[in-house]
Ligand binder design. Structure first.
Ligand SMILES: Nc1nc2c(ncn2[C@@H]2O[C@H](COP(=O)(O)OP(=O)(O)O)[C@@H](O)[C@H]2O)c(=O)[nH]1
Ligand SMILES: [Mg+2]
Length: 327
């Protein structure tokens, strides 16, 4: 075992040992491998971990295929990002899903009506984002697969009910997640106990139906103003729903790129979605790996200095750019 491994390696190793499911172990192994500095002294270690990784990937796959009953947590990734809705019972999680997506989970004033996760697709302008409704947070138990779902989400959302002691709910929700070793922090540069990268949730205050509740919301915000920022919504009256969608779009840090075949009009209805900071080369690779290899140059409409500007493969694209790849 080489001795000069960085701290990230040992942190990742700790997470690997604690991982609850094959899927989570795969993720940790990948982190572990990428934390090893590349030189001769680490060749063996890397080869060893790669072997482990490929075995673990198989295990994760087989588990998916042979599980007697397919787990409700095996949800296909769809759309431009995955948002997991968390919160205590009755805070309006299922209402968000029914109002904003095509899904139909049970909405009920009786607590604990949602037992498994339910996905739905929410349109935001011309893209779709996957929302996943989940069972209420419970101090006693959390499914290992639920932990995976939370840790792997693109965005974790905690809902609080403005009409039912939101201060207490925020404190309880955070304490429960911490208790289950899910590292929720209000900033992404915060250190966590396990060394895992922190999850920075979006906190949404629900059931802010009309102006008569403005004061309650303001008081609540003031209490936590140093740490968190909040958006309040109402699925009942539609209040702030557009802002809610916009906030999700912004937090996902994605851009939409339209592909323009040479000599043709771009298809503006079906953008490719990429991470912010993506380049022309990343875009080409998204379409086809070989296209990225044979790419010579590209033309850009939108963020360029002028329409149809010729740019190189490392040009950084912006939201709603139209790109013509030249091979
Ligand atoms: N006034 C009001 N009630 C809401 C709103 N959203 C949900 N509710 C009600 O709150 C209760 C719990 O909602 P539900 O979505 O099932 O909560 P969940 O347990 O977190 O999934 C139901 O009776 C809903 O009708 C809202 O925006 N305003
Ligand atoms: Mg529910």
């Amino acid at each position: 075992m080489p001795t000069n491994l960085p701290t990230e390696y040992y942190n990742a190793e700790k997470r690997y040992k604690e991982a609850d499911t094959p899927t989570e172990k795969v993720r940790c192994l990948e982190e572990l491998i990428s934390a090893i500095p590349k030189h001769k002294g680490t060749d063996h270690l890397r080869a060893d971990l790669r072997r482990k990784l490929s075995k673990m990937k198989e295990a994760a796959q087989t588990k998916k295929k042979t599980g007697k009953q397919e787990s409700p947590y095996q949800i296909d990734w769809e759309g431009a990002g995955r948002v997991v809705l968390l919160g205590m019972a009755n805070v309006g999680k299922s209402s968000v899903l029914t109002t904003l997506t095509n899904a139909t989970p049970k909405v009920d004033a009786a607590p604990f009506t949602t037992w498994g996760p339910t996905p739905g697709m929410m349109p935001i302008e011309n893209i779709q984002v996957q929302l996943i409704d989940t069972p209420p947070l419970s101090r006693d138990h959390i499914e290992p697969e639920m932990k995976d779902l939370i840790r792997n989400a693109d965005l974790v959302m905690i809902l609080l009910d403005l009409q039912a002691f939101p201060i207490q709910q925020l404190e309880d929700s955070l304490a429960i997640l911490k208790g289950h070793r899910i590292e929720i922090c209000c900033r992404d540069n915060e250190e966590t106990e396990t060394g895992r990268p922190p999850i920075v949730p979006m906190i949404i205050v629900s059931k802010h139906d009309d102006a008569s509740q403005d004061e309650d919301f303001e008081v609540f915000c003031e209490l936590f103003a140093d740490e968190w920022s909040f958006l309040s919504i109402s699925t009942e009256t539609g209040r702030n729903i557009d802002q809610f969608k916009q906030k999700i779009f912004d937090t996902l840090e994605i851009i939409r790129i339209y592909s323009k075949p040479p000599g043709k009009e771009p298809n503006m209805d079906a953008p490719f979605v990429m991470k912010k900071g993506g380049t022309v080369e990343d875009f080409a690779r998204k379409i086809h790996k070989e296209l990225a290899d044979s790419l010579k140059t590209a033309r850009v409409w939108g963020s360029g200095q002028f329409d149809g500007q010729q740019v190189s493969r490392d040009y950084v694209l912006h939201d709603e750019d139209v790109v013509e790849l030249v091979v």
